[in-house]
Write a protein that binds this ligand. Structure first.
Ligand code: SAM
Length: 192
């Protein structure tokens, strides 16, 4: 009955995204979220997918090719440089997903960092449409993970409640640092 974390993250993005819109996969890794986003935008939309690891970009490209999907632009760069690639998408971004931590199957040496994650989120909030959503799936069992978790809860918990709704969703009786979601929805502050 209660949705697990990854399906709930996907449901939030799918609900916020209409066919033809623009979304971001901030950490494409092996490409599983990229595929979900590409299905949500449909072929008339666009998915920008970032990763700092070449292997992740290659794995995602292979998955896209296997699914005959061509409307994703893969960007081998850090997500905190999002403003270098999305310049005219002000108020047009329907959503973004961050899957934090390290690439499954890799040596865990490359992890998401709180300062870059927060800079990327702040830049994407400026691009987000009203009703758009940024979803972070927070893994924090690895070295460095707890610092990122604390920084996100601290900073995102201070976002202006007139402009944003910030949700935390996760199971509190699971062992081994279960992942949880922080989701930010942009409100229509003109209605206030
Ligand atoms: C948990 S994995 C993502 C899993 C992916 N969403 C999937 O479906 O397979 C986290 C990814 O974030 C990437 N990463 C780390 N720091 C990054 C940054 N500053 N910008 C973009 N990607 C980053 C890592 O290389 C890794 O591939």
């Amino acid at each position: 009955m209660l949705k697990r974390v990854i399906p709930f993250a996907h449901e939030l993005i799918q609900k916020a995204t209409k066919p033809g819109e623009i979304v971001v996969d901030a950490t494409c890794g092996n490409g599983h979220d990229t595929i979900v986003l590409c299905k949500a935008t449909g072929p008339n939309g666009k998915v920008y997918a970032f990763d700092v690891q070449k292997a992740a970009i290659e794995n995602t490209q292979a998955l896209l090719d296997a699914n005959n999907i061509t409307h994703a632009e893969l960007i081998h760069d850090s997500h905190h440089h999002v403003d270098r690639y999305l310049k005219e998408e002000q108020d047009l971004l329907a959503g973004a997903i961050f899957n934090l931590g390290y690439l499954p199957g890799s040596n865990k040496s490359v992890i998401t960092k709180p300062e870059y994650t927060l800079e990327a989120i702040n830049k994407m909030l400026a691009l987000l449409k009203v009703g758009g959503v940024i979803v972070c799936v927070v893994y924090y069992g690895h070295p460095g993970g707890q610092e990122e978790k604390d920084a996100l809860i601290n900073k995102l918990g201070q976002l202006n409640q007139k402009k944003y709704q910030v949700l935390q969703y996760g199971f509190i009786n699971q062992r081994n640092h279960p992942p949880f979601i922080i989701a930010i929805e942009k409100k229509n502050d003109k209605l206030l």
